[in-house]
Write a protein that binds this ligand. Structure first.
Ligand code: NAP
Length: 221
């Protein structure tokens, strides 16, 4: 497939790039700092907080699918997920590219946003520990980050595109296993961890699974 990978220098983005190249896909990598890329692929340079629409259109034009590992490097960069995703969506709409897969986070199913003002109070996949201890703590610590991801998900739901949102729990740098659990619209019971490599694996796998279109999916070990 012809794939455009945004944030291909991030933890998940690097894994998507590596696995996509290994699988023989024709890849365009969109990054803000091309010096961080070690692979020989077509590169487009763009800061997604202030991207030139024409540059993004040239990056996605003709792609079979777009994958994004975009996210803030720090809490102070929160906002880039919605800004960047809005710009990517606009470029896809302008060029007629339909399929997009992005990374969000496990708690977002219960984070209110203008598009989902009354989400469920608890994720049906979360057990007692997650519901009453871990989730409230991380939501307080990462409030801006999660609001950004919830708005990113709103943008995709309103886009008319063929989107899939992947919502991982805590990420690790463990090796690729290709063995993990997934669930539509909810988290996985006792699913506290997943490797970046396995998230990337799933993001590529859903490209061949039309039933994942317009789904937010939980993933975990
Ligand atoms: N950490 C966790 O445990 C966890 C758990 C659940 C969900 N998540 C979500 O998963 C996302 C991806 O995780 P990760 O570990 O792969 O993150 P990461 O390593 O921090 O990668 C973030 C990527 O976004 C890029 N980026 C940020 N701002 C940008 C901008 N203005 N323009 C262009 N690119 C920009 C970064 O580019 P540079 O390489 O140039 O900095 C990097 O490629 C996180 O951001 C978070 O929302 C994380």
């Amino acid at each position: 497939m012809k794939l455009t990978i945004f944030a291909a220098t991030g933890g998940i983005g690097r894994q998507i790039l590596k696995q996509a190249v290994a699988a023989g896909h024709d890849v365009t990598a969109v990054v803000r700092n091309p010096k961080k890329l070690s692979r020989q692929v077509r590169v487009v340079t763009a800061d997604l907080a202030a991207a030139d629409p024409a540059v993004l259109e040239s990056a996605v034009d003709g792609a079979d699918a777009v994958l994004s590992g975009l996210g803030p490097r720090s809490n102070s960069e929160a906002g880039v997920a919605r800004q960047g995703t809005r710009a990517i969506v606009a470029a896809m709409q302008a060029t007629g590219v339909r399929r997009i897969v992005v990374v969000s986070a496990a708690p977002i199913g219960t984070v209110p946003s203008p598009g989902r003002p009354k989400p469920p109070k608890h994720d049906p996949g979360d057990g007692f520990f997650m519901r009453h201890l871990f989730s409230p703590l991380t939501k307080a610590a990462l409030r801006k980050h999660y609001a950004d991801l919830a708005l990113m998900e709103d943008i995709l739901r309103d886009s008319g595109l063929d989107w899939t949102v992947v919502r991982p729990p805590r990420l690790t740098d463990k090796p690729l296993t290709g063995t993990y659990r997934t669930a539509y619209g909810q988290n996985l019971r006792r699913g506290f961890l997943i490797s970046r490599a396995d998230v990337a694996h799933y993001m590529l796998r859903v490209l061949a699974q039309p039933e994942t279109i317009k789904q937010a999916t939980g993933i975990a070990n």
